[in-house]
Design a binder for this molecule. Structure first.
Ligand SMILES: [Zn+2]
Length: 167
């Protein structure tokens, strides 16, 4: 399960990919970074990796945005759905050491947990009392930046060259 840094980069990638030129109101990339972090809000009510970590929740978030914009910005709604989905994807691809492993990816169709067993991203430790807490998490965040940073950098460079606005 990546850190908020990795999730924010995932949201930014979606923002970069779906941006378009000459629209009246620009939505900052940071908004998509926040959307991509949002599924972890489930820590607050103790159902981590469950309903909010699903493609169903991603669709609901997009529908909420569609209603918020009164149907005028389906592209923005799609971007919200995709930014939320990157969180589900990254957690699925990441390490997990707390059962049930993985995420409830296809809620509400099924409450089964899905786990890629791919360990692309490290699990973020919340066991602050352990001696490797800081070095492990620092490595985890560095790995996220190493994997996702170049993608963000390329998209950023492309955007600067095009000089485009967002949404
Ligand atoms: Zn998560």
């Amino acid at each position: 399960m990546p850190s908020p840094v990795g999730h924010a980069l995932g949201g930014a990638i979606v923002g970069f990919l779906l941006e378009r030129r000459r629209t009246p109101r620009a939505v900052p990339l940071s908004a998509f970074a926040v959307v991509a972090i949002l599924p972890d809000i489930d820590f607050l009510w103790g159902r981590h990796n469950m309903e909010t970590h699903s493609l169903g929740a991603a669709v609901l978030a997009g529908l909420a945005m569609l209603m918020w914009t009164r149907g005028k910005n389906p592209r923005l709604a799609l971007a919200v759905t995709l930014a939320w989905s990157t969180h589900v994807l990254f957690d699925w691809l990441g390490s997990d050491d707390t059962p049930p492993l993985g995420v409830m990816a296809f809620w509400p169709l099924t409450s089964k947990f899905y786990f890629a067993d791919a360990f692309v991203f490290e699990a973020i430790s919340r066991r602050y009392w352990l001696s490797n807490f800081v070095p492990h998490n620092a490595w985890a965040v560095a790995k996220e930046i190493l994997i996702l940073g170049p993608i963000v950098a390329i998209l950023w460079f492309r955007k600067v060259r095009k000089g485009s606005e967002r949404f």
